[in-house]
Design a binder for this molecule. Structure first.
Ligand code: NAP
Ligand code: MG
Length: 403
């Protein structure tokens, strides 16, 4: 078979520990034999981030802006222990945080479903994608522990020096206070990212807040989403045969549980934090989640949602062949190659991306999987394999599919 060519480079962000090992295996076994891989490579492994004083992370994010599509390996976010372990110059910031700040993105997470791992919610037939607004609200709030009697006010001073105040509460004794904010700009770009993504995957979009109680704060989210929908997406949604629905957050939770799945669920920051963990657990595990960051101007960053699987890496260093699940990382590659192909009108590359995902699902559905999934299976006696064997099984099926 002639190798598939790529006209535009894919931005490749390498990472750390066990996922860096798996990254290499995936490239060698599942991609390079089939694709004349054209990537612009950035080594985001912690030693190189330290050597470049984290400049490599910024360069990688800017390359993502330039070319539109990247694939990222899991990376260590250093803490005090890592500073010691890697003898770092500084406790570098989270690479994901740096990249998100440059791309101004929203993260979309979708479970990868197989026949033998049934969602805890029995009527869920299709995956549910959660999109989380990752800016402001309680994550950037100011808080005060009120010691005793007094008046709490909410004040805003404009550029001309005019101040507006509202009394929040007359405290008769100790209590607590919190002030949070968001900006129209951030909410609007979140809305665009959600509508664009729903169009991309041709699924309904749900959005929910508590606007009946929060008549200015949450109501603004609701209004801005509606405005963006009417002005930019209503006709496109009608053409694509999909719907936008706004409802109250408690109603959304009830509806999601009763649904068959198959929708994109946009959540405010806190709701998304809580609900995405609930969904990941109910569908299986983090190693079986697709995760993509989409920017409002249409840049894509594909990644695995889990970390660098440190405990497995230490065992690997001692010579053990670990059974680490590479599915989320394989899906990051397949998603990125497919998107690169779509943007370049490169049909063979699109097809390759799809077949890579299909060959992985086929292997799992034939009962061959890594150890972490074995305990979750029902209705089959699965065969546990190590990562290398699992990837070899996928390669056999992929080769067959590409004939
Ligand atoms: P983790 O790497 O996700 O691993 C936590 C545990 O979950 C593992 O020990 C393993 O359990 C299980 N697990 C996760 N992914 C797995 C996979 N693919 N296959 C099999 N089992 C898997 O989280 P962590 O140990 O808290 O974090 C390790 C490092 O990753 C940290 O330095 C953190 O900063 C970084 N991190 C990076 C990202 C990212 O770049 N996207 C995200 C989160 C964390 P068992 O050991 O019980 O088998
Ligand atoms: Mg959480």
């Amino acid at each position: 078979m002639e190798k598939i060519k790529m006209s535009t480079p894919l931005v490749e962000m390498d990472g750390d520990e066990m996922t860096r090992v798996i990254w290499r295996m995936i490239k060698d076994e599942l991609i390079l034999p089939f694709v004349e891989l054209n990537t612009e490579y950035y080594d985001l492994g912690l030693p190189n981030r330290d050597a470049t004083r984290d400049q490599v992370t910024i360069d990688a994010a800017n390359a993502n802006r330039k070319y539109g599509v990247s694939v990222k390996c899991a990376t260590i976010t250093p803490n005090a222990q890592r500073v010691e372990e890697y003898k770092l110059h500084e406790m570098w910031k989270s690479p994901n945080g740096t990249i998100r700040a440059i791309l101004d993105g929203t993260v979309f997470r979708t479970p990868i479903q197989i026949d033998w791992v049934k969602p805890v919610v029995r009527n869920w037939k299709k995956p549910i994608t959660i999109t989380r607004h990752a800016f402001g609200d309680v994550y950037k709030a100011s808080e005060i522990r009120v010691a005793g009697k007094g008046t709490a006010q909410l004040c805003f001073t404009d550029e001309a020096g005019n101040t507006t105040c509202e009394t929040i509460h007359q405290f008769e004794g100790p209590g607590i206070l919190q002030g949070m904010f968001n900006t129209d700009q951030s909410i609007l770009s979140f809305a665009h990212a959600c509508f664009q993504y729903a169009l991309d995957v041709k699924q309904d979009l749900w959005f929910a807040t508590k606007d009946t109680i929060s008549k200015k704060y949450d109501h603004t989210f609701k209004d801005l989403f509606q405005e963006v929908y009417e002005q930019h997406y209503k006709e496109k949604f009608q053409t694509a045969g999909i719907e936008y629905m706004y409802t109250l957050i408690d109603d959304a939770v009830a509806r999601v549980i009763r649904s068959e799945g198959g929708m994109v669920w946009a959540c405010k920051n806190y709701d998304g934090d809580v609900m995405s963990d609930m969904l990941a657990t109910a569908f299986g595990s983090l190693a079986m989640m697709e995760s993509v960051l989409v920017s409002p101007d249409g840049c894509y960053e594909y990644e695995a949602a889990h970390g660098t699987v440190t405990r497995h890496y230490y065992r690997y260093l001692e010579g053990e062949k670990t059974s680490t699940n590479p599915v989320a990382t394989i899906f990051a590659w397949s998603g990125a190659l497919k998107k690169r192909g779509e943007l370049d009108k490169n049909e063979p590359l699109v097809r390759f991306g799809e077949q890579l995902a299909q060959a992985t699902l086929q292997t799992l559905n034939e009962g061959i999987m890594t150890k972490d999934l074995i305990g979750l299976c029902e209705g089959i006696t699965p065969r546990a394999v190590n990562t290398e064997e699992f990837i070899a099984e996928i390669r056999t099926r992929l080769t067959e599919r590409l004939k």
